[in-house]
Structures are given as structure tokens and as C-alpha cells.
Design a protein around this ligand. Structure first.
Ligand code: ADE
Length: 240
């Protein structure tokens, strides 16, 4: 079973949204599981503090290496990678989520305060991951986003594998627009092609839409798509 362990100062935030909808059902059916470790349990003082003032001065507090090290070492990793959620990490991608979903799970370390003593990173094999170029108050919501991105790809969690094949980022493009009833909404009709019953024309139209949406909204993805050539269907191939 795919497993996520979250190290956090706020275990009460979990599972939170990860227990809703398809993910909650997936957990109930035994496809994946979540557990938390309270970093505060590894504090060495009666106040339960886990942080201290930064060496060299400056604002805020830094999470202590000895306490985080003890919390990390208390976990049975079972070959699962250890990831730390931080805005200085490598941007999370669909490709990375697919690779993580295909493995045994992950261990996620959530930072708070101004940061984490750098020796935690230099002494442990930790992959630093960011969910975007903005700063959250802590890593918990970022860890939830990471776990959700992975778990929905774990076999059995989402019903239809084909709906995964056409979603955003698959093949390096964003997804095409969707329509459903009513046929007309406030003067706007569903594009004729989608009602034509001509599967080839529909597929071609959707392909064009994916390209146009990607080109106009995400020139960075579009440039890479052009450079990489035909759509990749091999999920295990690392994009350039
Ligand atoms: N912690 C704070 N901000 C973050 C971000 N953007 N991504 C991941 N973890 C974070």
C-alpha cells in the first residue's frame, strides 16, 4: 500500500482535505494510508520548543537540527524518499508526482518559522520541493498538495485510467476545454464539432485547443513542447 508519513508541528491539520472525495474513498479501500509524526514529541525541554534564534542574528526562529534529526530517524522509511516542503525547493511537476505515485510512498517534512537548520539537509538525503513561487506560512498545505497530486495517480484510487491520459501536462500540454448540457448557456452554444459525432474531427479539435491554450497561457511549456517534438506517452521518461 502506498504510504505518506508527514512530520509536522500541526498533526491536527491532517488528513483534512485528504480524507474527502476520491482520496478518502481510496484510503478507506486500502489503496493508500497517511500517518503523522508530531515534531514536538522530539523536543528536549519541558516547554516542547523545537526552534531557536538564528545563528548570526536576524528575525524569526529556526527549527533545530538535533530535534528534526531525531524526528526523521524515528520513522521507518521503507525505501520511501524524504521530501521537505520549502519555497526554495525544486518546483513540483506532474512528472515527479507520477514517479512518486509509482513508488512505495513518501515522507514529507513540513517546515515552519523562518527556516530549518541547514545541517538537517546536509546530514540527510532530503529532496527539497516547492509547490510554487510564493511563500506559505508553513509546509503543511504544500505537503497536502503534494500528497494529493500523488495519491490520485496511485492505481485504484481514481476510477478511470483514461481520464488521466488526457489531463493537463499529459504529453506536455494543458487540457482542452470541456462542455456538457445545456446545449446553450446564456447565448453561448457548445462548439458544433463536439456534437458532430465525428470522433476524428473531435480529437483533432481537442488537440488544436490544447496547443492553443498552452501556447497563449504557458509559453514556457509551449517552448518545451516544440523542442521535445511529438507527444510523449512514456511517463517514465524524464523530460528534457
Ligand atoms: N512552504 C512555504 N512556502 C512553500 C512553498 N511555496 N512550497 C512548498 N513549501 C512551502
Amino acid at each position: 500500500m502506498w504510504r505518506a508519513t508527514v512530520l509536522t508541528l500541526y498533526p491536527e491539520l491532517f488528513p483534512g482535505p485528504l480524507d474527502a472525495s476520491v482520496l478518502g474513498r481510496g484510503a478507506a479501500e486500502g489503496h493508500w494510508a497517511l500517518d503523522t509524526v508530531n515534531i514536538r514529541d522530539f523536543s528536549d525541554n519541558k516547554y516542547g520548543s523545537v526552534d531557536d534564534t538564528p545563528a548570526g542574528g536576524g528575525a524569526g526562529l529556526v527549527m533545530r537540527a538535533d530535534i528534526l534529526g531525531a524526528a526523521i530517524d524515528s520513522i521507518n522509511h521503507d525505501d520511501r524518499p524524504l521530501l521537505c516542503l520549502t519555497p526554495r525547493g525544486a518546483p513540483l511537476t506532474q512528472h515527479r508526482a507520477q514517479a512518486l505515485a509509482a513508488g512505495p510512498g513518501l515522507v514529507a517534512l513540513c517546515g515552519r518559522f523562518e527556516g530549518i537548520d541547514e545541517r538537517v539537509f546536509s546530514s540527510r538525503d532530503i529532496e527539497e520541493v516547492s509547490i510554487g513561487d510564493f511563500v506559505l506560512a508553513g509546509g503543511e498545505i504544500a505537503a497536502m498538495a503534494l500528497i494529493e497530486a500523488c495519491v490520485r495517480l496511485v492505481p485504484g484510487v481514481l476510477g478511470s485510467a483514461s481520464s488521466l491520459g488526457e489531463e493537463s501536462f499529459e504529453g506536455g500540454l494543458l487540457e482542452y476545454p470541456q462542455y456538457t448540457r445545456p446545449r446553450e448557456f446564456q447565448g453561448r452554444a457548445i462548439p458544433d464539432v463536439l456534437l458532430s459525432g465525428d470522433h476524428q474531427r473531435i480529437a483533432d479539435w481537442r488537440d488544436e485547443q490544447r496547443k492553443e491554450i498552452t501556447r497563449t497561457r504557458r509559453p514556457d511549456l509551449w517552448e518545451r513542447f516544440l523542442a521535445d517534438g511529438p507527444i510523449r506517452r512514456d511517463k517514465n521518461k524524464e523530460p528534457k
